[in-house]
Design a protein. Sequence first.
Length: 246
Amino acid sequence: MRILMPLPDRDFDVTEVAVPWQMLTEAGHEVVVATERQGAAPAADPRLLDGVLFGRLGAEPEPARFYHRMVADPGFRGAVAWQDLVAADYDGLLLAGGHAPGMRQYLGSAVLQQKVAEFWRLGRPVAAICHGPLVLARAQDPATGRSVLHGRRTTCLPEFLERSAYLLTAWRLGRYYRTYPAYVQDEVAAALASPADFRRGPRTLSRRGTATDHRPAFVVEDGNYLSARWPGDAYLFAERFLAMLE
């Protein structure tokens, strides 16, 4: 199958892109990267490779290895520009996250939001993690004028985690962990039909899920839509997305 993965030119999350890419390509699927301009070679937030603060808070070693393998692949560049996307050409859509400033190019693109809304109307599998659900929250169904998430259940980067990361690092990194003035959870929840449709998941995020241990991970499935909260959910997120595709 052909899986569409739009990305900004820089600052996406290492784990949220590299783990699904690795698992999807291992399963024989084609991951098609789309960037704002065709041919761009997107790059992750470098802090997540080097360690956000004193060498900590970045990607774990395995996702970092997947990332280096991914960017070395000749196919990992913008094969298509956002404005040229044809929704029906793809079997699935994956919207990854990231919080650094370069993500605003992707999260705030009206062109991409329109293309995502077109894909959503096809009823094919859609997966979004961390900040990724913001693209869906901002994508409007032309028939209703509401977000495509209206009437669906979802999770995203929870407020308590975004706030904690910001407070922990603001003395050194300023607003690095605050992509926008509003919390991601607040904007996503405001797009839903009911506050009960937002699922925060467990508050304890001291451990990350792995390929062999999904106990710390959390995802929400609602029909053809899958969502997750942060890099710690990436392995379970990718596994469930694979199941939806197959």
